[in-house]
Design a binder for this molecule. Structure first.
Ligand code: ZN
Length: 275
């Protein structure tokens, strides 16, 4: 999955650090990240300062992968002959393996910083908190932490069959599993049952936790579960989220085109009798 970058290790310990010339600098334009055109790698602080004739800018330290440190530039720099914006989702199969995870994680933090420059309560400016990843309001002392939206993914089984669906709004038009955001005041198990009922009109039982995944593309924490269909097995679509839902036998499940997502690992695990 996207976060499986072993033997490299991500370290998100919060520190306020000053950048050095060879640290990586993450620069975003919505869901695109600035890369070197020639080698499709992230630029360093030195690359950026040379390309734009700038220096001593304020960059925010985000995280490290092994000894490599990553900083964020909040300026939307223009493209140059050597640097251009590349869609992060298309970096999924890119090498080195940590590149997509680093770019996506940085994007999640970048959006959070961008959206919280002002206090939501009183509208005053915010500043970085010194001892942890948060920003504080300069007027009313409100503290705002990074936002992570919890999501459940559900692999619904009926003996040797797994239910696959096609989502109306997804960028990817291939099959996936039932999924949705957890509501306020809801347990994770209740979200599994509600999303299953809303999307395909089915009841489930024997809900079992599988694995989780940080998914920066929707600024989420995905939590994967398998559950058995309970009673009626004919899916009913309300026409709002899924265009199609079909039961597929274990040996006929499609092979994933990516090993990046939890959804595909769950489908693969069922196909290979691992769950
Ligand atoms: Zn405030």
């Amino acid at each position: 999955m996207i976060q499986d970058i072993f033997p490299n290790r991500l370290n998100t310990d919060y520190q306020i650090l000053s950048p050095k010339a060879n640290d990586f600098l993450l620069v975003y334009n919505d869901s695109k990240v600035l890369l070197n055109r020639t080698n499709l790698q992230l630029p360093t602080v030195a690359n950026i300062e040379e390309a734009y004739s700038i220096g001593n800018e304020q960059y925010i330290y985000l995280f490290a992968i092994d000894e490599m440190r990553f900083f964020l530039s909040q300026d939307k720099l223009p493209e140059t002959n050597h640097l251009y914006y590349h869609d992060i989702r298309s970096l999924r199969s890119h090498k080195p393996k940590w590149l997509c995870f680093a770019a996506a994680t940085g994007m999640h933090l970048s959006h959070w910083y961008e959206n919280n420059q002002f206090c939501g309560k009183c509208g005053s400016l915010t500043v970085a908190k010194e001892d942890e990843r948060a920003v504080c309001c300069t007027a009313c002392d409100s503290i705002i932490y990074p936002r992570i939206n919890p999501v459940v993914i559900v692999g619904i089984t009926d003996g040797e069959r797994l239910l696959l669906g096609k989502n109306m709004n997804s960028v990817y038009k291939h099959y996936g599993l039932i999924s949705g955001f957890i509501e306020i005041a809801e347990t994770v198990e209740e979200a599994v049952k509600r999303e299953t009922m809303e999307e395909v009109g089915l009841k489930v039982k024997n809900i079992r936790y599988y694995k989780s995944q940080p998914w920066a593309f929707s600024e989420s924490m995905l939590m994967g579960f398998f559950a058995e269909v309970d009673g009626n097995t004919t899916p009913y679509l309300d026409g709002k989220e899924l265009t199609e839902a079909v039961w597929v036998n274990r040996e006929e499940l499609p092979l994933g085109d990516s090993h990046v997502s939890l959804t595909w690992e769950m489908i693969e695990s069922f196909r290979l009798h691992r769950v």
